[in-house]
Design a protein around this ligand. Structure first.
Ligand code: 5RP
Length: 207
């Protein structure tokens, strides 16, 4: 059911937002795979990078949670920093998700908290500062094997901050980014232009 919903959202986003000869940014995760497949099949996608294409026509990506104002939590897969850079380079940023990601208020659906990428030597002070200032708990993300922390594509660690209740996400995002040692947060505030949700009944809802 959820797999079908991911595919519906991905296909709708590609159909409505991608044209031939455009520079398209994609993120990572199980939902964007469907959009990437569609892009390759429909538009003959060829691989590039931000050195050659620093301006993108559109970026499409999944999300862990999307609230009523299109504020996102991303980084469940640990790629938040590179995904935020790609989204920031795009004229239009389109989110695709299945119905489970749709939320009025962040924290209702995604229970693992906001991922925050940190410089490894700073993970303890950053975690303490976040909890002191904003409450909740901020845990170092461990590898599934428990052999050690998850290491990102940028050779950093991830804290998962489980917050208490609703927050002013613009303020919180800015404040967390100012803490020495923080590389990036998984809060995408004011970045998404559209979200496509594949629904259980086979429809697609657009926000
Ligand atoms: C990776 C991400 C993903 O986009 C997010 O976790 C959603 O993944 P999926 O489509 O598999 O549910 O932010 O860092």
């Amino acid at each position: 059911m959820a797999e079908e919903a991911k595919k519906l959202a991905a296909y709708a986003a590609v159909d409505n937002h991608v044209q031939n000869n455009q520079a398209v940014g994609v993120g990572s995760g199980s939902t964007i795979v469907y959009a990437a497949r569609q892009l390759i099949l429909q538009h003959g996608l060829s691989l590039s990078d931000l050195d050659r294409h620093p301006e993108l026509d559109v970026a499409i990506d999944g999300a862990d949670e999307v609230d009523a104002r299109l504020t996102l939590i991303k980084g469940g897969g640990g790629c938040l920093t590179q995904e935020k850079i790609v989204a920031g380079c795009a004229k239009q940023f389109v989110v695709i998700a299945d119905f489970r990601k749709d939320s009025k208020v962040l924290g209702q659906q995604w229970k693992k908290g906001v991922p925050i990428e940190v410089i490894p030597m700073a993970h303890v002070p950053v975690s303490r500062t976040i909890v002191r200032r904003f409450g909740g708990v901020a845990n170092l993300r461990m590898a599934v094997s428990k052999a050690g922390p998850v290491v990102t594509d940028n050779c950093n660690f991830i804290l998962d901050w489980k917050f208490d209740g609703a927050q002013d996400w613009t303020e919180v995002n800015t404040a967390i980014k100012m803490i020495p040692g923080v590389v990036e947060t998984g809060l995408f505030v004011g970045m998404a232009d559209r979200a496509y949700f594949g629904m259980e009944d086979g429809s697609v809802q657009v926000r």
